[in-house]
Each structure stands twice: as structure tokens, then as C-alpha cells.
Design a protein. Structure first.
Length: 105
């Protein structure tokens, strides 16, 4: 008997951002976990005064949420530590780009 897999995809763009439920589903978490991501600064919402049900997220937010989920799962870190790790990783990438732009390896 053959096994059939069904895969769905959602386009994420500035004109089609992810809703709170969509982001939670994409990372295999609940919406409360995503709210915590916003609270610790891992993902950003442009309309912070809006209720969470109206928040919108970008593909960058999805990447950050997936990375936070991986850090939590693989290393057992809390979201505060994950926020720090992600911030430090971003800074290292930025500094490497500056060095490369100046011809330093």
C-alpha cells in the first residue's frame, strides 16, 4: 500500500504576513508561547497596542521563532536565554560582515 503525504505552504511577504495562530502552528507551539516571544523581544510586532489576535509576523520572525524553538528543545534554554543567544548570533554576523566589507577575514 502506498503512503501519501500532503504538504501545504503559505507565502509570507510584506503583503501577506503570518497571523499569531499561523506562526504558532508553523513552529509547533501554542499562541501563549508566541506571546512570550514578543515579550522577550525575539520577534517584533509593529502594532504592539493591538490585541495578539491582530498581530502580524514576517518571515524573519518565523526564522527567529524556529531558532528559539530549537534552542529550547535541543539545549533546554529558557526564552530569556534564547533571546540573548539570538541577539549575540546576530551581532557576530553583523561584525563579520563589517570585517569582510573592510577586506579583513
Amino acid at each position: 500500500m502506498a503512503t501519501v503525504s500532503v504538504t501545504t505552504a503559505t507565502a509570507i511577504s510584506a503583503s501577506q504576513p503570518l497571523a499569531l495562530n499561523d506562526l504558532a502552528h508553523a513552529v509547533g507551539a501554542d499562541t501563549d508561547w508566541v506571546v512570550q516571544l514578543v515579550e522577550v523581544g525575539i520577534v517584533q510586532v509593529t502594532t504592539a497596542e493591538a490585541p495578539p489576535e491582530r498581530w502580524e509576523f514576517s518571515s524573519t520572525d518565523l526564522q527567529c521563532a524556529l531558532e528559539a524553538r530549537r534552542l529550547e528543545r535541543d539545549f533546554g534554554v529558557g526564552l530569556d536565554a534564547a533571546a540573548l543567544i539570538l541577539d549575540l548570533q546576530h551581532e557576530v554576523r553583523r561584525l563579520k560582515a563589517v570585517l569582510q566589507a573592510h577586506g579583513v577575514r
